[in-house]
Design a protein. Structure first.
Ligand code: PLP
Length: 402
C-alpha cells in the first residue's frame, strides 16, 4: 500500500510548487466527507473553492456525466451537439439573459468578459480604437492568466509576470465614489466580485452593488459580475447580486457550474452585448462540449428547484451565529453570507496556515487565505450537525494555540 507521506514525497519532487497544499492525499469522497489514502475521514469545508456546492458524488450530476460519457463527449464547436440547446436556454433562463458563451475554466470566462466588453466598447459605445479601459477592484481575484494578473494587486499573483496588459484601472473595493472618479470617456466596464472570495470573503457595504448598477447604467458602462465563486447557491441565492436585487449586464460563471466533475464556465449577457462576438473572434475547443453541457444541465436543473439556495441560506444563519460566538475567543471578525465565511484569527495566536493544520488534525479540511483568515465554504449538502461539529473543531483548534 502507498501511504500519504510516500505520495506527498513524489508529488513534492515531481510537481511544480505552484500550490502549498495541506498534507492530505484524498482518494474518495461522498457528500461533504472525503477519505484519504490512509483511510482517514475529513469534513470538506472548502468544496474545491465553491466548485462542489452540490456535494461530492452528487447523484444527479454523476448520473448525467456517466450517461453522457457513454454517448458523446466532444464534437468541438465545428458542429452542433444535442446537449447545447438545453444548456444555453437553461443557463439563459437562470440568469435572465438572452445568450451564453461557454468556456471551461473561470479565468477563461473572465477573459471572455474582458474581450466582449472591449468589443462592445468599440462597436456599440463608440470608444476610440485601442483606448478601452475596464475598472477593477483592489484585492480582486479573477484568475491567473497574464491579462488577469496584470490587474491583480496581489504581489504573489502578479510579481515577475510582466510585461502587463494595459487597459485596467484599479480602485478601492466597496467605494462607489472611487469608481465614479475613475470613469472617463474610454471606460467600457466595471468588473466586480459581489463578494471577494480570495481576499477573505469580503462583503461590500450595503447598497454598493445597487449604486454601482445605477452608476453603470447612467454612464453607459457594462457592469460585469464575477460570480464564479459567489454564485450558484453559495450565498443563499442563485447569484450573490440578488441580495441587492441587482442584475449585472454580464454574469461570469464557473466552478460549481461543472458540479465538481468537469470544468464548465460561461458568460451570460443579452444579445446587445454578447452579440458583438462573431465567428472566429473567440472560442475554445472544449468550451461547451457535450459532457460539460450535460453536467451543466444537471446543475441548472438542481438550481431551478431553489432547494440548495434555501438550504445555504438556512445553514448559513446557523454557521454565522455559531461563528460570532467565537469573536473575542481567538477570533477577531467573521464575514460572509450564506454558507460562506471568512474568519479572521487573532494573528498574535497563530497564522491561518497553522490553524488549517490544527483543523486538519481534528478532521476538518479548510484553507487559509491572506495570512490569518480561514475560509469556510462546505458543500451545501452538509448536515447541520456536521456544520456545528466543524465550528467546534475550529474553536478547539484555536484554543490549542492559547
Ligand atoms: C471570483 C473568481 N474568479 C475567477 C476565478 C478563476 O477560476 P479558475 O481557477 O477556474 O480559472 C476564481 C477562482 O478561484 C474566482 O474565485
Amino acid at each position: 500500500m502507498t501511504t500519504s507521506s510516500e505520495l506527498i514525497g513524489v508529488i513534492e519532487r515531481r510537481s511544480a510548487h505552484n500550490y502549498h497544499p495541506l498534507p492530505v492525499v484524498i482518494s474518495e469522497a461522498q457528500g461533504a466527507w472525503v477519505t484519504d489514502v490512509d483511510g482517514r475521514r475529513f469534513l470538506d469545508c472548502l468544496s474545491g473553492y465553491s466548485s462542489l456546492n452540490f456535494g461530492h458524488g452528487n447523484e444527479k450530476i454523476v448520473e448525467a456525466a456517466q450517461r453522457q460519457l457513454a454517448r458523446l463527449t466532444l464534437t468541438s464547436r465545428a458542429f452542433y451537439h444535442d446537449q447545447f440547446a438545453e444548456f444555453c436556454a437553461g443557463l439563459g433562463d437562470l440568469t435572465g439573459k438572452d445568450m451564453i458563451l461557454p468556456m471551461n475554466t473561470g479565468a477563461e470566462a473572465v477573459e471572455t468578459a474582458i474581450k466582449v466588453a472591449r468589443k462592445w466598447g468599440y462597436e456599440v459605445k463608440g470608444v476610440e480604437p485601442e483606448q478601452a479601459t475596464i475598472i477593477v477592484m483592489e484585492d480582486n481575484f479573477h484568475g491567473r492568466t497574464t491579462t488577469i494578473v496584470s490587474f491583480s494587486t496581489d504581489p504573489d499573483a502578479r510579481g515577475g509576470f510582466g510585461p502587463y496588459t494595459p487597459g485596467f484601472k484599479i480602485v478601492k473595493y466597496g467605494s462607489v465614489e472611487a469608481v465614479r472618479e475613475a470613469i472617463d470617456a474610454n471606460t467600457v466596464a466595471v468588473l466586480v466580485e459581489p463578494i471577494q472570495g480570495e481576499a477573505g470573503v469580503l462583503v461590500p457595504p450595503d447598497g454598493y452593488l445597487t449604486q454601482l448598477r445605477e452608476l453603470c447604467t447612467a454612464e453607459n458602462i457594462l457592469m460585469i459580475a464575477d460570480e464564479i465563486q459567489s454564485g450558484l447557491g453559495r450565498t443563499g441565492r442563485t447569484f450573490a447580486c440578488e441580495h441587492e436585487n441587482v442584475v449585472p449586464d454580464m454574469y461570469v460563471l464557473g466552478k460549481a457550474l461543472g458540479g465538481g466533475v468537469v470544468p464548465v464556465s460561461a458568460v451570460a449577457a443579452n444579445a446587445d452585448v454578447l452579440g458583438v462576438i462573431k465567428p472566429g473572434q473567440h472560442g475554445s475547443t472544449f468550451g461547451g462540449n457535450p459532457l460539460a453541457c450535460a453536467v451543466g444541465n444537471a446543475v441548472i436543473e438542481i438550481l431551478r428547484t431553489g432547494e440548495f439556495q434555501e438550504r445555504a441560506a438556512r445553514l448559513g444563519e446557523v454557521l454565522h451565529a455559531r461563528l460570532r460566538e467565537l469573536i473575542g475567543d481567538g477570533v477577531v471578525t467573521v464575514r460572509g453570507r450564506g454558507l460562506w465565511a471568512g474568519v479572521d484569527i487573532d494573528p498574535s495566536l497563530a497564522t491561518g496556515r497553522q490553524v488549517s493544520e490544527a483543523l486538519m488534525a481534528r478532521g476538518v479540511l479548510a484553507k487559509d487565505t491572506h495570512g490569518s483568515t480561514i475560509r469556510l465554504a462546505p458543500p451545501i449538502v452538509i448536515s447541520e450537525e456536521d456544520l456545528l461539529w466543524a465550528v467546534d473543531q475550529l474553536a478547539d483548534a484555536i484554543k490549542s494555540f492559547r
